[in-house]
Design a protein around this ligand. Sequence first.
Ligand SMILES: Nc1ncnc2c1ncn2[C@@H]1O[C@H](COP(=O)(O)OP(=O)(O)OP(=O)(O)O)[C@@H](O)[C@H]1O
Length: 884
Amino acid sequence: MSSAPKLTPMFEQYLGIKQEYPDALLFYRMGDFYEVFFEDAQIAARELQIALTSRNPNSETKVPMCGVPHHSVDGYLTQLLEKGYRVAICDQVEDPKQAKGLVRRAVTRVLTPGTVIEDANLASKSHNYLAALWWDADKGAGALAWVDFSTGEWSGLASRRAEILWQWTAKLGPRELLLPLGHEVLPHYAEAAKQVNRLPALPAFDLAAARRELPKVLGVADLSVLDLEDKPELARCCGALLCYLRQTQRHDELGHLGAFRPLNLGDHLILDEVTERNLELFRRLDGKTGRGTLRHVLDETMTAMGGRLLESRLRQPWRMLAPILATQEAVAWLFAEDEQRGRLRMALERVYDLERLSTRVFLGRAAPKDYLALRESLAVLPEVRQALVSTGGDLPTEAAKILSAWDDLEDIRDLLNRALSDNPPPVITEGGLFKPGFDSELDELLELSEHGEAKLKELLEVEQRENDLPKLRLGYNRVFGYYLELSKAAHDRAPEHFIRRQTLANAERYVTPALKELEEKILSAAEILKSLEYKLFQKLRETVAKARPRFMVMAEALATLDYWQSMAEVARRNEWLRPRLHEGLELRIRGGRHPVVEQVQGRGNFIPNDLRLDEFCRLMLITGPNMAGKSTILRQSAIICIMAQMGSYVPASEADIGLVDRVFSRVGASDNLAQGQSTFMVEMMETARILRQATMRSLVILDEIGRGTSTFDGLALAWAVVEEFARRGKGAIRTLFATHYHELTALEGRIPGVRNYTVAIKEWKGDIIFLRRLVPGPSDRSYGIEVARLAGVPDSVVRRAREILSELERAKSGDATVSPRTLSCQTLLPGMGGKPSKVTATAKAAEHPLIQELREIKVDRLTPLEALNLLQTWKNRIDEESGS
Ligand SMILES: Nc1ncnc2c1ncn2[C@@H]1O[C@H](COP(=O)(O)OP(=O)(O)OP(=O)(O)O)[C@@H](O)[C@H]1O
């Protein structure tokens, strides 16, 4: 048996380390490069588009290899993290000059998408979550916890329904999700669990470990202080987060994590992930962010912290009146004060991301430019404070609270001012971080290292002059340091104190005791200088890191101010109005607009609409032609409620909003074909969810339920759903229901609270004009064919569709061709059988399309041959239709 070829010591070391990080790409530091080997190299070369080479670990095998220079590694790491990879950074942990044999190396940190803290890997105005989910199927209980490691915020929720936990996972969209090994991902949520890391339940999710670790990290006595004692599942998830952070950060200190604040669903207006998507709160239906989303319209924040607060509020608006009213009061104050708001905006623009900067300082990963950014931000704090107080009048309660806890962090600003040079180096080890005058010892050493050159020159000049050797030269090499050099021709004139060190072909090199002494001073000054700079930097870092809680207080204050001013700014620009909120169930909007559609189309081109949901009209059935604007009304009503409960002004001329606990929306088709679910299946799953979760305080908007199946199945389902919403509890659930099933309009008068509405149009010379006005009453028909014509469907198809339509209508109005299946449905469904519906009543007495053509024919203009051909065409059509 042949034994495996012996590896070089370097590869032995590499493989030993790699074994500990099987799931990460190992970046192995060699000199000025990070090298990647074996399979990792193939992945890295492909993903980073860099050359794949090879290296021999022994004489026989070749190992794939690629590498990147250490100074530009960050850009490559960003690319890998964006693609979802984890990277273990393996550094040299001893000075190669001092190393005996192979340099010692160790993994200094593991970068993962969910734990990154560098700006290059993060969207500034979005949170970056690492989440952990635990579900105990036997007990029927579970939890989800999440942390934004870059800011230190963490939270979570416990639930007795796995579906709720997965919904929140989908909503938060964590960059990484920790799941215990073997734990199933709920069907329909594969997207949410795209980036899953399976951890062994023990020790990662161990309850005993969580009980021990959590209080330690958060500096409290036990779990009861954290409101976690009676939520063991949530404690497990928090424990798993800590366990993973410890593993990846190689940093025992997790003290930058803030207080754990469990999410109390009762405090918030719940928007599930489907509603978020359908209403295009964060992403458009095509998946893109930015223009076309509500967030884009609302975001006038000037700081990253304010932007993230806006994201959280939009994700979780309030359910309770008190915080909404307090926010409204502050927004109204800044809304009224244009000048002050302008000053505040200008000041906030110069504030950097205090949360993430101070995290990097705390974890020892801040670059000199981060300290400079902190210094510049702190310099603005007095200006922001000044902008708050400058009105002279009474401040709103919340603003007064912020002001009373205000901290300019003057001591830290003063320290950074005195310490940091204005042009610091890119990395700390390069020197030049501190200002002259900050530390006297440092100044002395700087003087020596800077003037060392001059002193050497002085020594050379003395030797030249005293020994009459004008051609004497000074040089340096790595082997014996500084030397004096004489040409071969002059070497016999070397004085006695010159000690010969090297003979070259045409020169001799010497040292002198004085030169050696000076050299030692200069070199040791550089060494001492380096270590003193490092020591001073550590001290500075510690002082700034200790101020982390103060930074966090101010970060929260600035984020809140920024949120208010952003709300006030957009309200001013778009002429929005302060809504009235109340505990009742009535919803009244006058002159409501869709903020996003209006922004895209331009203010003058959007037609406002009124809407009222009260005890007489709790469920609005909106019929109307395609393209009339039904979906827009549905969405804008939901969006106005969401905005109001964020404390924002709303696009309406008047709004009274009875608080909403959940908004549900089923709008349009959302295929999930990739997950093996048809459009109809998804629609029904979502409808089922709404039926399970909606309460009397919810607002439900349903758009064209049931259209993904056969007409009668769809109608029957839509009908049953309307009945269910209209008859829940004592009254109906506030529902806006847009549909093309005109048969449903028969429900008005049969079920209390159901009212018909339509979006008006006008017919003019065979065309339709969209009036975009919501008016009481049902619509007569869909005008689908007219809209198809407007959309450019070819005339031949439009004509044929008209023929088919009139056939169908004839059949429906009791003609002999009606099928047995249709008959059975008609008798099953109330409102359909017996009396003709509105549609059939208004339809013209149907006649065969051939008769119409016959009428239009000009016989005297036909040649006999054309007449014969026409006759043959008609006969063919009749034969086809009768199936002969
Ligand atoms: N109030 C309005 N003012 C101006 N334009 C509007 C208004 N409402 C809707 N629109 C425009 O009409 C388009 C169609 O509106 P919407 O999708 O709401 O129609 P719909 O009745 O739901 O159509 P369908 O039944 O085909 O789904 C919108 O994209 C928008 O551009």
